[in-house]
Design a protein around this ligand. Sequence first.
Ligand code: ZN
Length: 99
Amino acid sequence: MATIRYITRFMYECPVCGKETASAAGMCKHIINTSTSFPVHQNWMAAHGISVIDIIGNHKPLIEVVEKECNKYKTEERVLTVERHKPKKDKVLVVKRHK
Ligand SMILES: [Zn+2]
């Protein structure tokens, strides 16, 4: 017997360099730790009222900014499972949400 499941995920797009991550927390780490264009990422944070000192040990303020300001993509993965076989993954739909 085969079953089909759909898994919905959101991808976050970095407003500075376009890098994509699978979570808002992942995007925070990227913005804080990136080795590419580090000053530009810092300036972006500063422009949204966040300094590195504010978020040491607490990424919550930055996560809130990421949720509001980053472009989010909705993706749906179709997972087909056939008995006694490995599940097969298939990305079926990507929707870009415009602000
Ligand atoms: Zn970036």
